[in-house]
Design a binder for this molecule. Sequence first.
Ligand code: HEC
Ligand code: HEC
Ligand code: HEC
Ligand code: HEC
Ligand code: HEC
Ligand code: HEC
Ligand code: HEC
Length: 369
Amino acid sequence: MNAATSFLSRTTRTLALALVLLPGPALAASPEDALSDGDRACLDCHGSAEKAASKARDGRLAPVINVSVYARSLHADAGCDGCHDTIELPAHPGKLPAVKPVAAKAPAVGETCRSCHGKVVKAYERSFHAQRLLAGRKKAPDCNDCHTPHAVMSASVQEGPDNICLDCHDDPAETHEVWLPNAARHLQAVACVACHSPGSLPRVDLRLTAGSDLSANFEELAKAADANHDGLDAHEFRTLLQTFERQGTPAAVRGRIELRSGVAAHAMPDKTTALRDCFGCHDPDAPPYKSVTVSTLDAQGTPVRYDAQREILTSAVTVEALKGFYVLGGTRLAQLDYLLAAGLILGISVPGLHFLARRVLRRLAGKKE
Ligand code: HEC
Ligand code: HEC
Ligand code: HEC
Ligand code: HEC
Ligand code: HEC
Ligand code: HEC
Ligand code: HEC
């Protein structure tokens, strides 16, 4: 990835966010009206190109912030001084360092974010990416590469084609299919970090989506469907789906393996430790199935979750709704069971194959001598 594509991808992401976030004309009060006086003071110069031009100092222009996107981001409440606390007006713009060295890719990577996201910063510092930066290699992501600082949205928005990892790792399907059958499908059904942060607790999330926002009364409806308040079982889940259908918002279900904690997502070590054991997932007792949630996204892209029982993954009652998402040991798994059983048998015979290969190689080597 070079600087130009990085800039482009950041720009498209900001534009995409702007499109997603711009309110319809019907919305009366805009989030921009809710910004603090402190923020307004900054935006007096940084809020638009015209303002920047009219307040230029010694020919220096204030870089412009997309106010509309910022005001709708999760950080609008943090305020400019939440991250830029070294800037004092009216001394600024002077010679003070404006941002703590988060972007300087110095040992203090993530310093700007530490005061509020300390656990994430700690986890990140252990990661392969951070270690590269700390070792002085310039090409690896810091916080800002994965979360555009003035447009931070719920991290869950960054899935599928918006997956932030794809900015730099162009075609993971190609590198993964060497050992992972049907890699493209796996990459859709498993979050990158679910394999790349081994040791972190995974879960299965069933995401409900419809043409319109389901989040308004999601928890209420889920609670109502969950008759005995012990998490949705298969019948209760079907009841919930039927409720949405009756409301005229039939929901599609998409199953995915992800991490229970977004903090743990940052501790990615090098690739040698990543999960590649098929039975880490294709086994009814594998870790992901110990926690199952049903979720939908609210208007800001933050998931609203409700607990479910793992039987909803394998029950005949929900198999239709869960099209194509299955676990070893479930109802539609005959084929997959056979395939993995075959894999297991092959696995057992691998030492035998190695032994044969070594003999052949030795014989070849012997001929050369
Ligand atoms: C009077 C106009 C003005 C106001 C008010 C203002 N800035 Fe600036 N700011 C500038 C200019 C001009 C620059 C460019 C300075 C340069 O090129 O060295 C700048 C640069 C910056 C930079 C980038 C500096 C760098 O070195 O990367 C940041 C961050 C910044 N301002 C934040 C803020 C914050 C936060 C506030 C509110 C507390 C604020 N500014 C208020 C004019 C202003
Ligand atoms: C969540 C933390 C955070 C908040 C809140 C925040 N910023 Fe920033 N800002 C950053 C970081 C980090 C950078 C450095 C980005 C980089 O270099 O890639 C930055 C960079 C800047 C720059 C320099 C941009 C450039 O193109 O050189 C300006 C100007 C700025 N911020 C102004 C503001 C203003 C004004 C506000 C409030 C409306 C604000 N920031 C709120 C984190 C924040
Ligand atoms: C390589 C990309 C990447 C980098 C670098 C990165 N993040 Fe993240 N971040 C993610 C992803 C992906 C998620 C969502 C993880 C999930 O929910 O499974 C996330 C989630 C988060 C969350 C939400 C955590 C939660 O509790 O759900 C915060 C806060 C966050 N990141 C802050 C940061 C900070 C601060 C840094 C720098 C120290 C940083 N990120 C660096 C990709 C990144
Ligand atoms: C002044 C405190 C503050 C600072 C500093 C700060 N944040 Fe945040 N951040 C917040 C708050 C508050 C939220 C909203 C939390 C929520 O709703 O779960 C948030 C949310 C986030 C999220 C979305 C989390 C999610 O639930 O998906 C990310 C990503 C994030 N911040 C990244 C950063 C990065 C990167 C920096 C440093 C450049 C930073 N933050 C600095 C306060 C802060
Ligand atoms: C099913 C588990 C799994 C998933 C899902 C997964 N990976 Fe991997 N990944 C691995 C394993 C195991 C390796 C190590 C392969 C090896 O040893 O060559 C690896 C290797 C890599 C490498 C190094 C490849 C190279 O060039 O040698 C990168 C980069 C990577 N993964 C990124 C990603 C991204 C980005 C995603 C999400 C789009 C992802 N991975 C999803 C298990 C996974
Ligand atoms: C801003 C660019 C950028 C982003 C975004 C990014 N990476 Fe990377 N990543 C790199 C670079 C550069 C390397 C080092 C490549 C190398 O050594 O060949 C790397 C290496 C890796 C490796 C290989 C580590 C090894 O042992 O060789 C994995 C795995 C990986 N990244 C996973 C991810 C995942 C998962 C995400 C999303 C959460 C992600 N990356 C986001 C730039 C990025
Ligand atoms: C991190 C968890 C995980 C790991 C590790 C994993 N899988 Fe999967 N696999 C899944 C999930 C989830 C699906 C279901 C995808 C879907 O919804 O179609 C799946 C689907 C499959 C399918 C069916 C694909 C289709 O739809 O046609 C096969 C075959 C398969 N896996 C084989 C393997 C093999 C072989 C390995 C080991 C090399 C492996 N998997 C490792 C999670 C995993």
